[in-house]
Unconditional design. Sequence first.
Length: 181
Amino acid sequence: MLLSRQATKNDIDPLVALVTSAYRGDASRKGWTTEAHLLEGQRIDADLLTADLDNPHGLVLVWVDQDETGEGAADAIVACCNLVRKPDGVAYFGMFAVSPGRQGAGLGKEILAEAERVAREEWAASALEITVLEPRSELLAFYDRRGFTATGSFVPFPYGDPRFGKPLRDDLRMVVMRKAL
């Protein structure tokens, strides 16, 4: 049984491990969200995650795999996302990760639906915005099927900042996509 809840600082280490496993290194190659062919190294670190947890305009949600008693430990986190309220009434959706072994079974769709609900119902956001690495055509298509459209804007990849990993190519940028809520 899965339970969603807001992340705490006790979740930092398991969250860093989850996000890294979903996007980087050999573990990520078991799922379809891997960026290992584009980037090496970390996807997030404890300092970046702490800043997300401390952001008064955001929240990090986690999905915990519980046993039959309803107990769930921090290391049982199988999915997560970060939501940030922007001043323009748009909510940013990021740090979306599902454990590679759980990918392809619909959990990602559930997480996205919950993020949309929170942004719409709790924050009265007019739209949900994401950024996706441009070479990730399968991920761009995933979001397109869920009602997101490319805005025509791009965000440059933060080259030279090792907190976001080591790029394996020099042409990375992120596509800004948006979905009306």
